[in-house]
Design a protein around this ligand. Structure first.
Ligand code: HEC
Length: 164
């Protein structure tokens, strides 16, 4: 092989490789144009943003009161029991027990039959009325005005049950 033929062979190979490179870069360019203009890319971005918003939103946006257990706890904490699940016992412990457990302010003690006998003999309606509107030192509804009359009556029933 003389110098001339080996030069020719070199240029031939060089030309082939160059063409392959050019074709390859055109192919890559076409690919990137296709993907860059793909409309689903935009949607995907919105989707990602909404996902991020969701995961980073403050927890207080959650509607906690839709959970029944939390709901009743919130109501109790707020002193506003309103549904039937708040038994007389619960209300008694929440409001009335602070006085009637230990006779504070001269109140008749729950469970002490002799202290309650004469009051019970006045009739249940009279006791309801005293508890709802207040009597002597005892404030109306034990001081928690947000209690419903039914709540107070349930608590009175609880006291009577324990004291007769
Ligand atoms: C701040 C203390 C206090 C709290 C709280 C309280 N009481 Fe009383 N309660 C009293 C006192 C004192 C009396 C006695 C009043 C009197 O006879 O002069 C009394 C009396 C009563 C009587 C008897 C009324 C009568 O006619 O003889 C009932 C019934 C009663 N309380 C129910 C309740 C209930 C139910 C609650 C809770 C919702 C409650 N009390 C919360 C202090 C309290």
């Amino acid at each position: 092989m003389n110098n001339e033929t080996s030069d020719q062979a070199f240029f031939k190979n060089f030309a082939i490789i160059t063409v392959i490179f050019i074709l390859f870069s055109i192919f890559i360019t076409i690919l990137s144009i296709v993907f860059a203009s793909n409309p689903s890319k935009e949607n995907h971005k919105d989707e990602l943003i909404s996902l991020i918003d969701k995961r980073t939103s403050p927890i207080s946006n959650e509607n906690l009161s839709s959970n029944p257990k939390i709901k009743s706890t919130i109501q109790l904490a707020a002193g506003a029991p309103s549904d039937a699940s708040n038994s007389g016992e619960k209300i008694y412990k929440m409001v009335c027990g602070s006085c009637h457990d230990n006779g504070a302010a001269g109140s008749p003690i729950t469970g002490n039959q002799s202290q309650w006998a004469s009051r019970i003999s006045e009739g249940i309606d009279h006791l309801y009325d005293s508890a709802i509107n207040g009597i002597g030192v005892m404030p109306a509804k034990g001081g928690l005005a947000s209690l419903s009359d039914e709540d107070v009556k349930a608590a009175v029933d609880y006291i009577i049950e324990k004291s007769k």
